[in-house]
Structure formats: C-alpha cells, structure tokens
Design a binder for this molecule. Sequence first.
Ligand code: ZN
Length: 268
Amino acid sequence: MSAVNPGAMRFAKVALKRLLFPLILFTRQRYRCVICGYFGPFAHKRTAKPLRSRLNAKCPSCGAMERHRFQWQILGDISKPSAWSEQSLLHFAPEPCLEERLRPRFRTYVSADLFRSNVDQQVDVRDLPFADNSFDVILCSMVLHYVEGYEGGLQEIYRVLKPGGFAMMPVPMIHEKTNDEPAKNSILKMVVEPGPDFYDRYKTIFDTVTICTSLDFSDELHFFLEQTDDHAFPMTLSHQKQADIIPVVFKAKPVVNLYATFPTQGQE
Ligand SMILES: [Zn+2]
C-alpha cells in the first residue's frame, strides 16, 4: 500500500473547503481573505471562553483569523513584499498561516517563543540573544500583555531592530483605559489588561508610532472583530462589532550631519 503524501492530503482538504464552504453556507455574507485570496463565507470561532468566541472570524481556506489578515495587509503596505528577499524578520509566537508564507520569502526568518519548542529560538523577549540592529521587521502580536516587565521587552525589540526598521506589536483591547492591576482571579490571565492608551507607552521607546485602524479598510476584508455576545470593549462600532487597531513602531535612521567632518568656526 502506498503511503499518503501529507502535503497532497492538506492540499486536497484546502481545495475541498474552498469549494464546499460557499456552497453549504450560501446564505451567509461573503468576505475576501487578503492572505490566500479565498472569497466566500468565513467560519465562526467558538471556544469555551466566550470572550474569545467570534463570528465570521476564520478563513476556511488558510485558517487565518481577523488579526492575522489585518497584520498581513499592514505588513505588505509598509514593507513591500518585493523587498522581503533582502530583509530579515523576527517573528514571535508565530501564527502558522503567516509563518508558512513569510519564512520562504524573507532572506532571514527567525521564529521565537518562550514556551513553544517548534520555533527557531526559545527566547525571553526581555533578554534577546541577538546583536543590536539585527532585524528589518519584527512581529510580536498578542504577546506583551502576558509578559511581566514587558517594558524590558519593548527595549529589547528596539535594540535588535535595525535603524529604519519597524515592528508590529498589537495587544487585545480590553478596556477603555489600561488596567495595570488586573484581578488575580481574572479569567483573562493577563499581567496588564490593555486599552488604546497602552500604545502611548510605545512612544517612550520608539521614534515613531503609527496606529493603523481596521476602519480604513473595506468590511469585505473583515479586519474588524465580531463578538458572539455583547461586551463593553473599547472601539465598539455596534453592539457586537468592534474595530481593531495595529500599532506599527519605527526605529529611526541616524541623522547624518553633513558638516561633521568640516572644522567649525574658530577651530581651524
Ligand atoms: Zn485565507
């Protein structure tokens, strides 16, 4: 009996999903996936934790969730994919649907996580084993709110980022204002429960912070979050629909002083 090729199996499964989802759920709203190009209904995400359950969240073809697709869009808008083959990328807590597309396209791709073993580097974001100015792009999505002393992580990310490079470091928006002392028994288990003001803290370390919002993109791309229940999240657009934002932080290139090599007046 011949062995089944796992790659072929996966391809067949994806092809079947792409075909069947729009047929079975023909009455549902159709969306477009910016990662794989699928057009049709998205899958709901149901989990035991109601806060994490969302409607029309997942692309049935590539498995990307709203935030993955939004990040992919912003990454491509800021760093043109044609330049990736000359660039280096550090990817914390890598999402499989992004990793499989980014790894072969960047000149250097390093995946990293403190706990997972299926990454290139098992590292603590507060103490990175990389030289200064190592990476053109750093992705660190949905990580920092779980890190005690995350400020040290921000400083490390700044240190290993190349001048002219950028990082994307979104965290979930839980409150109108960041809560630095979450209840010990909170089911969220975050060391800080962020609000939009959390990104002001990035401004103390990075040279420029740009906030990208899902409101700037068509609803057809479904970058917004669609809760299954009413929750008082910040940036709520309607009773269940919530806008999303991605902060992009930049490390400036040093300013070249054209006159530095010339003697200043009175020093000849
Ligand atoms: Zn997709």
